[in-house]
Design a protein around this ligand. Structure first.
Ligand code: SIN
Length: 497
């Protein structure tokens, strides 16, 4: 079969390797260079290494609890039961995880995990190591990788996906395929402050929406609690808190203990919301205090963070670091079954672009690399199986956000569309804390922007159109979920629209 994989994070590269080993003719396309994308920025690690007293059942229970009851138990079961095989596969492909003197994998701890079960590499450079090893493996395997090429749209015929439209060097190219795997990552660039790299513009989700594939849970956007304040957002891994660092308000008080008995190691949504409220209250970032870990431990365990914070003028062994939350991960995405099949025959999805059901309303830390590895391999296995009849239904085009009817706003005309304006709007009104009025304002503004077709000649134009479409779908999903759950928080008292 001719397979096109869009994206070179852990899910895309894993799917490509497994598909080629099954005899398929694989082409990988990526908007940047191979290995660009979010995987390479993952610090904390990959969950699933079980130590004494731990079990797959406990990992599943922690995942479901963090997901605020909205995770799909069958998907979670699939995830945790496949962890051993996924980790073994990564190691066999050359990923050098950190080990102790006797050769055992070292296990870190992160929030809402009851045990230390996170494998890491290079201390806090896990994603970079996975990305390096898988990119090398793809090169060794001779898989065709087409770089600096954007997936623009999906081609369909007789209700099935049959190929893709690509954009490269300003020219469109149509490629036929028997199956297409979306592994294009999430949409962190919907927001002004994000840990995601520049190309994270929701391209796969937008293409799936335009094709009528079912997309869900877009309202569940995870904000990482501890991102260095000021300048380019830089992630300060949750593993730092897993090692004992604390979060302090301006008076030096551990305010997270007010909201959850696990304090700084409460689920990520709880900590991020507590920080956002505390920042608003005191009008400044809160502080991540890792001084108790000492300079030597910090440099050894977190070499990347140690280097970058020092480059930015901080000595975190002597002073706490100012932090605020930033958009980090999208729990929702293109709906898939347990083998990555979407609602359109021939179209698969894996990694952050997909909504497999493992995360519910809030992802448990370090489950995403595991999800990419597990479901990337499952996608490749499912390719030659007959498409189950009626397994998932495509969404009706009439339900797409671009076609929905919104009442005309009586407010002043919105500012002209720009990517920065969209990011500001989404951050202010569809971010960590959301109100009825804010969501209504955001939807009306997005709707007004969408009423005039955006130019579509350059790659940046296509990214902007994708951001606008995904923003509309996200704001609509957020408005439709009127209760607060997990990462989706409705605050009746928010003002300022
Ligand atoms: C982190 O290291 O805190 C990020 C890990 C994750 O997002 O799962």
């Amino acid at each position: 079969m001719r397979i096109i994989v869009a994206g070179t994070g852990i899910a895309g590269l894993t799917a490509a390797l497994h598909a080629q080993e099954r005899g398929h003719d694989v082409t990988v396309v990526t908007k940047g260079a191979s290995g660009d994308g979010c995987t390479r920025y993952a610090q904390g690690g990959i969950a699933g290494v079980r130590g004494p007293g731990d079990s797959a059942a406990q990992h599943a229970a922690d995942t479901i609890a963090a997901g605020a009851g909205l995770a799909d138990p069958a998907a979670v079961e699939t995830l945790v039961r496949s962890a051993d095989a996924a980790l073994a596969d990564l190691i066999a492909r050359g990923v050098a995880f950190d080990r102790d003197a006797s050769g055992q994998l070292l296990r870190g701890r992160e929030a809402a995990h009851r045990h230390a079960r996170i494998a890491h590499a290079g201390g806090d450079a896990t994603g970079a190591e996975i990305s390096r090893a898988l990119t090398d493996a793809v090169r060794r395997a001779g898989i065709r990788v087409v770089e600096r090429t954007m997936l623009v749209d999906l081609h369909e015929d007789a209700g099935a996906v049959r190929g893709v439209r690509l954009l490269r060097d300003g020219k469109y190219d149509d490629l036929d395929a028997d199956a297409v795997v979306l592994a294009t990552g999430g949409a962190g660039r919907l927001f002004s402050r994000t840990t995601n790299p520049e190309g994270t513009t929701g391209d796969g989700i937008a293409a799936a929406l335009r094709a009528g594939a079912r997309v869900s849970d877009l309202e569940f956007v995870q904000f990482h609690p501890t991102v260095l304040a000021g300048g380019d957002p830089f992630l300060l891994s949750e593993a730092v808190r897993g090692e004992g660092a604390t979060l302090l308000d301006e008076t030096g008080r551990r305010f997270c203990l007010d909201v959850h008995p696990d304090g700084e190691l409460a689920p990520r949504d709880v900590v991020a919301q507590a920080i956002a409220r505390q920042c608003a209250l005191q009008g400044s970032p809160v502080l991540l205090d890792a001084t108790m870990l000492g300079a030597r431990t910090l440099a050894r365990r977190f070499p990347t963070i140690d280097r970058v914070t020092r480059e930015r003028g901080f000595d975190w062994s002597r002073e706490p670091l100012p932090v605020t939350p930033a958009a980090h991960y999208l729990m929702g995405g293109v709906d898939t079954d347990l083998d990555g099949r979407t609602s359109i025959p021939g179209l698969f999805a894996g990694g952050e672009v997909a909504r497999t059901g493992v995360h519910g309303a809030n992802r448990l830390a370090s489950n995403s690399l595991l999800e990419g590895a597990v479901f990337g391999a499952r996608v490749a296995r499912a390719m030659t199986e007959p498409w189950p009849v009626g397994a998932m239904q495509a969404s009706a085009a009439a339900g797409s956000p671009a076609s929905e009817h919104l009442p005309l706003s009586t407010a002043a005309a919105p500012p002209a569309f720009s990517r920065a304006a969209l990011q500001e709007l989404m951050s202010a009104h569809v971010g960590l804390l959301r109100s009825d009025a804010g969501l209504a304002h955001a939807r009306q503004t997005l709707h007004a922007w969408a009423a005039t077709p955006l130019p579509l000649s350059t790659l940046a134009d296509h990214e902007n159109a994708n951001l606008l479409l995904v923003a509309q779908a996200t704001a609509s999903a957020a408005a439709a979920r009127t209760d607060s759950v997990g990462a989706h928080v409705r605050e009746p008292a928010l003002i300022g629209v």
